[in-house]
Design a protein around this ligand. Structure first.
Ligand code: M1P
Length: 254
């Protein structure tokens, strides 16, 4: 397939480089650095660029800047369930249409009861965030402060609370083909199996890219970058922080 005409001025128009956000382009829930923005602007002269994040687009706007849909050729929020190509929204599916209200209500009721019974030092608000392509579940609640977020992460690492929560959900909802992904510090994502980060590749199938690179920090089994990092059509790069991403980009695209 011929490279896409809009990208024909790039030196490698049939190569796309996709990035996870937290821990790859930015510190966890932090803002992108000027050095990263400059690196991406240079890279975009050579190849096509996109990000694929688990969070919804509003959080990526906070982290990557208000012009994110202009600064990246492809924006894949919620693993690609919300997608933009050159600033234009692409068609996609929704979690609630997939699951239906009856099963969704049972799932939500179970989760809220489970959190109510959890013995945590701090609980805040927004325990379930309803998104287009998934729900995000947080035992402490999404509107905790940054300090409380860091405390919860440590508390959870020592006790495996999220892992146990996920195991109990899997047992209770084994009739639903759901995937549970612990991608960040305070929460986990729940979505239909297959709607992990590889979902965004569906948007690229007809675009004619010959090489797809992906950079991510959660590439281990159970991490939310694992499936796309290991996808046969993708060349994966594991990083631990944005500085690694910049260093590898300099080697790959000098
Ligand atoms: O992008 C990774 C994760 O970032 C957030 O996780 P947390 O708030 O737990 O740090 C969430 O937006 C989550 O959906 C996402 O997978």
């Amino acid at each position: 397939m011929a490279p896409i005409t809009e990208f024909s001025k790039r030196t490698q128009p049939d190569t796309i480089v996709l990035f996870d956000v937290d821990g790859t382009l930015t510190p966890a829930r932090g803002s992108v650095s000027q050095e990263m923005l400059d690196t991406l602007a240079e890279l975009r002269k050579k190849v096509v660029i996109g990000f694929v994040g688990g969070s919804d687009l509003s959080k990526q706007v906070e982290q990557l800047g208000a012009n994110v849909t202009q600064d990246f050729d492809y924006c894949f929020a919620e693993n690609g369930l919300t997608a933009y190509r050159l600033g234009e929204q692409m068609a996609s599916q929704s979690f609630i249409e997939w699951i239906g209200d009856e099963e969704y209500n049972k799932l939500v009721n179970f989760i809220l009861r489970y959190i109510a019974d959890m013995d945590l030092p701090k609980k805040r608000g927004t325990f379930i965030e309803f998104r287009n392509g998934m729900i995000n579940v947080s035992p402490i609640g999404r509107n905790c402060s940054r300090e409380e977020r860091n405390e919860f992460e440590k508390y959870d690492l020592e006790r495996g609370l999220r892992r146990k929560f996920v195991e109990d959900l899997k047992a209770a909802f084994s009739h639903l083909d759901l995937t549970y992904s612990i991608g960040g510090q305070i929460s986990f994502d729940v979505f239909p199996t297959g709607w992990d980060k590889t979902y965004c590749l569906r948007h690229l199938e007809k675009e004619g890219f010959k090489t797809i690179h992906f950079f991510g920090d959660k590439t281990f089994k159970g991490g939310n970058d694992y499936e796309i990092y290991n996808h046969p059509d993708v060349t994966g790069h594991a990083v631990t922080r944005p500085e690694d991403t910049i260093a590898i980009l300099k080697e790959l695209f000098p």
